[in-house]
Design a protein around this ligand. Structure first.
Ligand SMILES: Nc1nc2c(c(=O)[nH]1)N[C@H]1C(S)=C(S)[C@@H](COP(=O)(O)O)O[C@H]1N2
Ligand SMILES: [Mo]
Length: 390
């Protein structure tokens, strides 16, 4: 049903235009002599415990030990950026809404804050998470396990903004473009589009908050898309333009990147959308030594738009499996944290494996199917640990 309500007064106690100026824009208002400060801030990644994959652009991975809590703290949340983080001063920022709409608009943050505020917990995973485990190696950031995290995102419904602009019947896809720019004129701009159905889904957000804070610059300040249940590349950061199209965007990041072969023909590819079913063991860690007796095993499991219905754990390298306890909050697009109390008497080496199943009957595969982009690795996570005499 159409949402005809006019935007009311700002309904976001946690955030105001002033907050934006102070937290986000102050550096740039002060001018270019603060650039050394900015680059020092950008170097803070390892101090918070992130694993630096590349520094320019900023590609930082979350260590598995930081994925034990249901919400991933902002400063430990993985960062995946194709180009340098744009430094945006909120007073200069605008969001253009145009294309196949009756009323093209240019919105400022104060205009956006007048739409109804909604929050949604959503697990974001990079489509390249787990790329490091493909043989032969594929090009791209060599992520291991931690290009994933779960946050509570606050913002407005993309649908509400699109309805205000009035989507025409010809509008079939929605292009999202951010302020980041490629370093060379020959390098493609990062632009993605999503189908109109997903754009009008009330869960798809234009988010200005991450875990109750203004979006950090690396995560898309001042505004990003959150396309729940889909791989991270759909959730465009630093949004400046939303354009309704009559067809899918035909740029490099839609037509070449983020695609996997449908079958045996490498040229017949399908674009990646929803995340697969997946789980990781976050405790103990690979290579860890633990004492015989009671060992707490922990992990996280997610399944895109579907629900995790169970995770099974093997402590004998995949011969036998036992169900774990699914814990904590249960929200549609957020991962589940899980625990297993393992009683182990015998010292020695052990292989632990976790295998998630979702509400559609999808189960994690036991072996990795290679694809040229190194995408969508959902293979069962296995770790080796040593149990020592108590
Ligand atoms: N404008 C823009 N948006 C972007 C990207 C980008 O490079 N530019 N990277 C995408 C990819 S590939 C992922 S996985 C997510 C990562 O979001 P995060 O850095 O907040 O974790 O942002 C997406 N949005
Ligand atoms: Mo990604």
């Amino acid at each position: 049903m159409a949402h005809h309500q006019e935007p009311g007064p700002a309904s976001s106690p946690g955030i105001s235009r002033r907050t934006f100026i102070i937290r986000g824009g102050a550096l740039l208002i002060a001018g270019p002599h603060l650039l050394p400060l900015l680059s020092r801030l950008a170097e803070g990644a390892e101090e918070t415990g992130l694993i630096v994959r590349t520094r320019r652009p900023e590609n930082y991975e979350t260590p598995l030990s930081a994925l034990r809590s249901w919400l991933t703290p902002n400063d430990l949340f993985y960062v995946r950026s194709h180009y340098d983080t744009p430094q945006i001063a909120i007073q200069d920022w605008t969001l253009q809404v145009d294309g196949e709409v009756d009323r093209p608009m240019v919105l400022r943050m104060e205009d956006l804050l007048r739409f109804e505020k909604v929050t949604i917990a959503n697990t974001l995973e990079c489509a390249g998470n787990g790329r490091a485990f493909f043989t032969p190696k594929t090009s791209g950031v060599q992520w291991e396990y931690g290009a994933v995290g779960n946050a509570r995102w606050g913002g407005v419904r993309l649908a509400d903004v699109l309805r205000k602009a009035g989507v025409r019947a010809s509008g079939r896809h929605v292009m999202l473009d951010g302020a980041d720019r490629p370093p060379l004129p020959t390098t493609p701009d990062f632009i993605r589009s999503i189908p109109i159905e997903k754009a009008l889904d009330p869960n798809t957000l234009l988010a200005y908050e991450m875990n109750g804070q203004p979006l950090p610059p690396r995560h898309g300040f001042p505004l990003r898309a959150i396309v729940p249940g889909w791989y991270g590349m759909a959730s465009c950061k630093w949004l400046t333009t939303i354009r309704v199209l009559d067809q899918e965007d035909d740029g490099y990041f839609m037509k070449t990147a983020y695609r996997i072969p449908r079958g045996d023909n490498p040229n017949d590819t399908v674009g990646l959308t929803e995340m697969g079913v997946k789980s990781v063991i976050t405790k103990p860690l690979d290579g860890e030594r633990v004492k015989a007796g009671t060992v707490e095993v922990k992990g996280a499991a997610w399944a895109g738009e579907a629900e995790i219905v169970g995770v099974d754990l093997s402590t004998d390298g995949g011969k036998t499996w036992r169900p774990v306890r699914l814990m904590g909050p249960r929200e549609r697009f957020a991962w589940r944290i899980w625990e297993f109390t393992w009683e182990v008497k015998q010292a020695g080496p052990y292989t632990l494996m976790a295998r998630a199943t979702d509400s559609r009957g999808r189960v994690q595969p036991g072996s990795l199917v290679w694809n040229p982009g190194g995408y969508a690795n959902t293979v069962i996570h296995a770790i080796q640990i040593a149990v020592e005499e108590a």
